[in-house]
Design a protein around this ligand. Structure first.
Ligand SMILES: Nc1ncnc2c1ncn2[C@@H]1O[C@H](COP(=O)(O)OP(=O)(O)OP(=O)(O)O)[C@@H](O)[C@H]1O
Ligand SMILES: [Mg+2]
Length: 423
């Protein structure tokens, strides 16, 4: 059994599972942690040889970046799979470039190596999780995204590859604990996607390998936690740097730079010398020269990733209510802003509407009335956001709310599926 593994390659966090005779084991990836940030840091030092020690993964990657090592941090790699980027090269510093797909491959290779060390043998068969849609409303690009992920997996030595939908995996995890047959709506709300599946689960059904008939509907949207971070940064942090400010001639300050700064894979474009020069010359657009000075501090010190991190931390701090201070001393000594739950919810309200609409669409697709849903299974990091789960639960007054391990249940379920498909 242990020549088989399952990978939850998430937008924000990933995990790798090994089916065991009894249950599924999640591999420890970093000192006692069974999930790790989907992040790679390419350190410039020694990059000529481009060898493993100069690539950092997970928390170590984020730490190397935060500590100010020279190099390039790559995150949210999953969200580029459906674009034209995978085969494009990107500069990682020190005069080196790598294809985006190699970044994904390097990360998968790292997970595989960790799991092989645990299993004591080579792992060549894998179940990979996938969102319901990598790309919304574009089946061709969606298929391209899956095949890009498959290519990356082959390049690192996986030979037999199966895909399973992430919310179905979560349903399998939920099912491993149910005592009676029920209709469950799984809501897997992570970093990049919000996925819903309506699934019949039960002790008798666990034994079946082909579960197609038990999957009543499967639907999702490309809106989740990283979108919330972006909106919160735009609403609460970037106005201090002039976003949406009205300049002396009554015109709004050009906003593109702020959108780029709030989007992971575009942040680097703002640091290009020509772009910094252009921003430097724009002081006349600003009503308040402090805003312009903070923007320049932001780009000169390359604080783009750091600010998204602050927005994310503030979001999590108010996810169950209350308020929090965001310390912006790096932009200007003594500067800070406050975020309360109401501001946060206001900033993400369009996103929340889209996610609720996807839950409704899942039921409509199955032609099932909401009253027939027995259970709601919440998983994925963003289900920590109370107003979101409350709004979903309100749509299903008769359903019991169940929660598993928000960060591990997809990997657990993929592991269960791996055991069955490779048996
Ligand atoms: N307590 C919390 N409250 C709200 N959001 C949270 C909390 N903890 C983590 N998050 C958010 O959860 C998201 C990550 O969730 P998760 O690890 O499930 O995503 P993922 O599996 O990597 O993404 P996806 O499945 O969409 O590819 C991040 O956006 C993070 O900010
Ligand atoms: Mg996930």
């Amino acid at each position: 059994m242990s020549a088989v593994c399952a990978i939850d390659f998430g937008t924000s966090n990933s995990a790798i599972a090994i089916p065991r005779d009894e249950g599924v084991q999640l591999v420890d990836l970093e000192a006692g942690q069974r999930t790790m940030p989907t992040a790679v840091f390419y350190a410039v030092e020694g990059l000529a040889a481009f060898e493993e020690p100069h690539c950092y993964y997970g928390r170590a990657a984020v730490a190397a970046y935060v500590e100010g090592h020279e190099g390039r941090l790559m995150r949210s790699m999953k969200s580029i799979l459906g674009s034209t980027l995978p085969d494009q090269a990107t500069d990682v510093g020190g005069g080196r470039s790598v294809r985006y797909l190699e970044v994904v491959g390097g990360y998968l290779r790292h997970l595989k190596a960790m799991a092989e060390r645990e299993a004591g043998q080579a792992l060549r068969r894998v179940v990979l999780g996938r969102p319901v849609f990598f790309v919304d409303d574009d089946p061709q690009r969606d298929a391209a995204a899956q095949s890009a992920l498959e290519r990356a997996a082959r390049e690192v030595g996986f030979e037999e590859i199966h895909f399973q939908y992430e919310p179905i995996a979560a349903a399998l995890d939920f099912e491993s604990r149910v005592q009676r047959e029920q209709l469950v709506l799984v809501a897997d709300i992570g970093g990049g996607t919000s996925d819903f599946s309506l699934v019949r689960v039960g002790p008798q059904r666990r034994r079946h390998i082909d579960r197609r008939d038990d999957i009543l509907a499967n639907h999702g949207v490309h809106t989740a936690g990283t979108d919330f971070d972006r909106q919160i940064e735009l609403a609460a942090i970037l106005p201090t740097c002039g976003y949406r400010a009205i300049g002396p001639r009554g015109r709004e300050v050009p906003s593109k730079v702020y959108f780029d700064l709030a989007t992971w894979h575009l942040i680097n474009t703002v640091y290009a010398p020509a772009r910094v020069l252009e921003l430097q010359q724009m002081q006349a657009f600003y009503p308040d020269h402090h805003q312009h000075a903070r923007l320049l501090a932001l780009v000169r010190q390359r604080l783009g990733h750091g600010l998204i991190g602050l927005a994310e931390a503030a979001k999590i701090a108010v996810a169950q209510g209350g308020e929090t201070a965001i310390d912006l001393a790096l932009l200007e000594p003594g500067l800070q802003v406050t975020l309360n739950e109401e501001d946060a919810i206001g900033a993400v309200s369009n996103d929340l509407d889209r996610i609720i609409a996807a839950a409704d669409a899942t039921l409509a697709q199955a032609g099932v009335a909401s009253g027939r849903v027995d259970a709601l299974y919440f998983t994925g990091g963003s289900t920590g956001l109370r107003p979101l789960t409350e709004r979903i639960a309100a749509r299903f007054p008769g359903a019991q709310v169940a929660r598993g391990d928000r960060f591990a249940s997809v990997a657990q379920g993929l592991g269960l599926h791996a055991r069955r498909v490779f048996a």
